[in-house]
Design a protein around this ligand. Sequence first.
Ligand SMILES: [Cu+2]
Length: 103
Amino acid sequence: MTGEDHNFHIHQTKFRVLTKGEVLGATSGVSAKGILQDNVPLPAGGEGCDGTVASWRSKACQATRTVVEIPFAIAGDFVFHCHILEHEDGGMMATIHVVGAAN
Ligand SMILES: [Cu+2]
């Protein structure tokens, strides 16, 4: 939650952004709806949100939620990061470790 937008980006795979209905359980498994994409904008916390803990605690930040469904086809490490270079260089980068299904 910050005072500026971010842009979630993942390497080596793509994802779908789920609708509220899908998040609430209207569908299960990999959705047949929605386009596959490799990045999605994540909106800032609103006008009163300056990215500080104080603004968060004062409830000035308005959280929005973006839920994605990533149909990983293989196991491995998948890098994700903010697609704004300054944010990425500032540390907004990590990996998702995907393991195979248990038998
Ligand atoms: Cu960012």
